[in-house]
Design a binder for this molecule. Structure first.
Ligand SMILES: [Fe+2]
Length: 242
């Protein structure tokens, strides 16, 4: 009998490998994936419980974020991110990617932004009309984008799956509230594979209108680094998942 997490992976592979060839079925496939993810728990991936002990995070040199890679091919990557108490994944993007987040332990706050929305276009258009060409060139040169705050979500293991799309909520920061927190993360297609799909980090520069912000691309913050741990859940490679 296949495990729940294998069923999640199979559904993710079906959903994203057929997105282009069978676009009519994408929405229903994605919905089926979300429904499976909604039921996914820490037990399904044999999540190591020592990460939930705050003492784990006080060891000298311990990375503030741990990663457990579960699966990756050219269509889908699946892994677990674990954040220290009051830790954070800095604001970052997912270029032309879909993302699904299911919290499996603790509680997180997800702050999401979207680019190229009606409101951001309105603000940028107004800048052009005001003959703000020097400012526009300055922003392009310095990696400054106009973004709309499109979601602030508090999620725990009882919460539904959170999603991001190529054109909606594509940038986010994720913060653990109180204790450590962990979430299962599915990305499609993966970063940097099969083509370069670089993860960029951003800082919030200023607010220019209600819910509209300028964000500036920055280097990965010095306080953010990760370490990795092996996956110890049900085997996903012994089956022909494709
Ligand atoms: Fe992300």
């Amino acid at each position: 009998m296949s495990s729940h997490i294998l069923n999640v992976l199979k559904q993710a592979l079906i959903t994203f490998s057929t997105k282009k060839s069978k676009p009519d079925t994408f929405t229903s496939n994605l919905q089926a994936l979300i429904e499976l993810l909604d039921k996914t728990t820490a037990e399904h991936v044999n999540f190591p419980t020592h990460f939930l002990n705050p003492d784990t995070w006080t060891h000298a040199g311990k990375a503030p974020v741990s990663c457990i890679g579960i699966f990756e091919d050219d269509q889908v990557s699946m892994g677990i991110f674990i954040l220290k108490p009051n830790g954070k994944l800095p604001l970052h993007n997912h270029p032309q990617m879909h993302g699904l987040i299911k919290v499996i332990a603790g509680q997180v706050k997800i702050v999401s932004y979207s680019l190229n929305t009606e409101k951001t276009k309105e603000v940028d258009q107004k800048g052009i009309q005001d003959d703000d060409s020097v400012c526009i060139r300055h922003r392009q040169k310095h990696g400054i984008v106009t973004a709309e705050l499109t979601g602030v979500t508090i999620a725990n293991s009882s919460s539904p799956t959170c999603t991001l799309e190529p054109d909606f909520k594509n940038l986010h920061e994720i913060q653990s509230l109180d204790g450590p927190a962990a979430f299962l993360d599915i990305l499609a297609p993966p970063y940097d594979y099969p083509i370069a799909r670089h993860c960029s980090y951003y800082a919030r520069l200023s607010q220019v209108a209600p819910s509209i912000f300028r964000l500036q691309e920055i280097r990965s913050p010095s306080w953010y680094w990760t370490d990795s741990y092996p996956y110890t859940g049900p085997d996903l490679y012994e089956f022909n998942v494709s």
